[in-house]
Design a protein around this ligand. Structure first.
Ligand SMILES: NC(=O)c1ccc[n+]([C@@H]2O[C@H](COP(=O)([O-])OP(=O)(O)OC[C@H]3O[C@@H](n4cnc5c(N)ncnc54)[C@H](OP(=O)(O)O)[C@@H]3O)[C@@H](O)[C@H]2O)c1
Length: 361
C-alpha cells in the first residue's frame, strides 16, 4: 500500500477546477446545462448527512424550497429551529401514505437510509410516491457497497443475517434502477470520520478494540451531505445516472495507523487491540441496539472479514475534491476539531454523551 498522502496532492483535473466546484456553468456544453431545481426534499434530515444537505441548500440557494423529513413528530420543533426557512414534515419509508405527502411537488430528492432498513419495502414505497407525484427531476441516493462485489460473492453468513450494509444497498439499487428514475448514487467507499465518536469510551480508556486491523478510507459525513447538495444544485445534467465512489482522497489507512494519529493528537496513548472476542464483548450490546437485533457484534466481525477479503479495491479518489472545489477535510484535522468530544467518554459501553452536531453517534 502506498503511504497516505500527508499534504493535498496536485489534482488530476484542471487547476481551474481545483478552486471552483462544478457548479459553474462555463465548462458545461450547452446541451448538458439544465434548469435549476426549484425544490429539494431531504429524507433522513435528523441523521449525520441529511442536515449537511439542508445546510448547504439553505445557505447557498435560499431561493430553493427546502422540505425536511423526520420520522417522529417529537423531532419536528428542533429541526424547524435549526432550519427556520424550511418546511418540516413527518414521513416514514415504511408508511406509503406518509411518503406520498412528503414528496408531493418536490423536484430534488436526497435519500439516505439507516442500516437494516427493509430496503425493498422502503424503496418500493418511495418509487411509488415519486411516480405519483410526477415532479421529481433528480434523486441522490447514498449507498454503502464494498466495491465491485456482487450479491453472490457476499458470504452466506451475512446474507442470512437479514439485511445490513453487506446487502441492503444492492436491494435498494435494484428497486431504484428498475424504476427508471433520474438518480445519482453516492457510494461511500470509506468510513465516516464521526464513527470514531462511537468508540470514545474505549479511546478514553486508551484502547481501540477491533477484530481486524482494518484498511479503510475516511470521509466527513458533513462533506458527503455537501456533495449531495452540490449535485442536486448542479446545472450539469450529466451527473444524473452516475454512480460515484466517495472518500476524502487522502486517508486510506489501517486502524493501527489511525490509532497512532489519535495518540499524537489526543496527547495520550491509544493502543490497537485486535481481538474478535473482546470486540464482541465491548461493542456487541451497542450494535444490537443500533441494529435492533441480537448478534450485532458477530455480524460486524463477519462484515469486516468480508471487507478485508476485498480490501484490494480501496482507492483514493479525487471525486470529493472535484465536487467540493477544495481539498476535503483530512482525518487529522477532524480529530483536532473533535478533540474535546473524543476525550469526553461515557458511562455507556462504547457510547458517549450526545452532541448536537452528531445526533446519531
Ligand atoms: N457508517 C459508515 O461509516 C458508513 C459507511 C458507508 C456507508 N454508510 C451508509 O450511510 C448511510 C447512513 O448512515 P447512518 O446509518 O449513520 O444514517 P444517518 O444519516 O445518521 O441516519 C439515518 C436517517 O434516516 C432516518 N430514518 C431511519 N429510519 C427511517 C424510516 N423508517 N423512515 C424515514 N427515515 C428514517 C433517521 O431518522 P430518525 O432520527 O427518525 O431515526 C435518520 O435521519 C447508511 O445507509 C449506511 O449504510 C455508512
Amino acid at each position: 500500500m502506498p503511504p497516505p498522502r500527508e499534504a493535498p496532492q496536485a489534482p488530476v483535473h484542471t487547476s481551474r477546477a481545483r478552486d471552483r466546484s462544478n457548479i459553474s456553468t462555463e465548462k458545461i456544453p450547452q446541451q448538458f446545462v439544465r434548469e435549476p431545481l426549484s425544490s429539494i426534499l431531504v429524507l433522513g434530515a435528523t441523521g449525520r448527512i441529511g442536515p449537511a444537505v439542508a445546510r448547504h441548500v439553505a445557505t447557498t440557494a435560499p431561493g430553493v424550497k427546502l422540505r425536511l423529513v423526520v420520522r417522529s413528530p417529537a423531532a419536528v420543533a428542533e429541526l424547524q429551529d435549526r432550519f427556520p426557512t424550511s418546511e418540516v414534515v413527518c414521513a416514514d419509508y415504511l408508511d406509503r401514505a406518509s411518503l406520498h405527502g412528503a414528496v408531493r411537488g418536490m423536484a430534488g430528492i436526497f435519500v439516505v437510509t439507516p442500516t437494516f432498513l427493509d430496503e425493498r419495502s422502503a424503496m418500493t414505497n418511495l418509487v411509488d410516491a415519486l411516480a405519483a407525484a410526477g415532479s421529481v427531476r433528480h434523486v441522490v441516493r447514498i449507498l454503502g457497497d464494498v466495491l465491485n462485489v456482487p450479491l453472490h460473492r457476499v458470504p452466506q453468513v451475512l446474507r442470512d443475517y437479514g439485511g445490513g450494509t453487506a446487502i441492503q444497498h444492492m436491494t435498494a439499487h435494484d428497486v431504484l434502477e428498475s424504476s427508471g428514475l433520474p438518480i445519482t448514487y453516492l457510494n461511500i467507499a470509506a468510513t465516516y470520520m464521526d464513527n470514531l465518536l462511537r468508540m470514545r469510551s474505549m479511546l478514553r480508556a486508551g484502547q481501540w478494540i477491533t477484530p481486524i486491523d482494518r484498511l479503510i478510507g475516511y470521509v466527513d459525513p458533513r462533506e458527503v451531505g455537501e456533495i449531495a447538495a452540490r449535485l442536486l444544485l448542479s446545472p450539469d445534467s450529466r451527473h444524473v445516472g452516475q454512480r460515484y465512489n466517495v472518500d476524502n482522497g487522502y486517508d486510506l489507512m489501517r486502524n493501527s495507523e489511525t490509532a497512532r494519529m489519535l495518540s499524537e493528537e489526543l496527547g495520550r496513548p491509544v493502543e490497537l487491540v485486535v481481538s474478535e472476542q473482546r470486540f464482541i464483548e465491548e461493542m456487541g450490546p451497542r450494535l444490537d441496539r443500533q441494529y435492533g437485533r441480537e448478534g450485532g457484534g458477530r455480524y460486524m466481525v463477519e462484515y469486516l472479514k468480508f471487507e478485508e477479503a476485498n480490501e484490494v479495491v480501496w482507492r483514493r479518489t479525487d471525486f470529493a475534491e472535484a465536487i467540493l472545489g477544495r481539498p476535503p477535510l483530512r482525518l487529522r484535522q477532524w480529530i483536532r476539531e473533535h478533540r474535546e468530544l473524543l476525550a469526553a467518554g461515557s458511562t455507556n459501553p462504547g457510547l458517549g454523551p450526545p452532541h448536537p452536531d452528531h445526533p446519531t453517534v
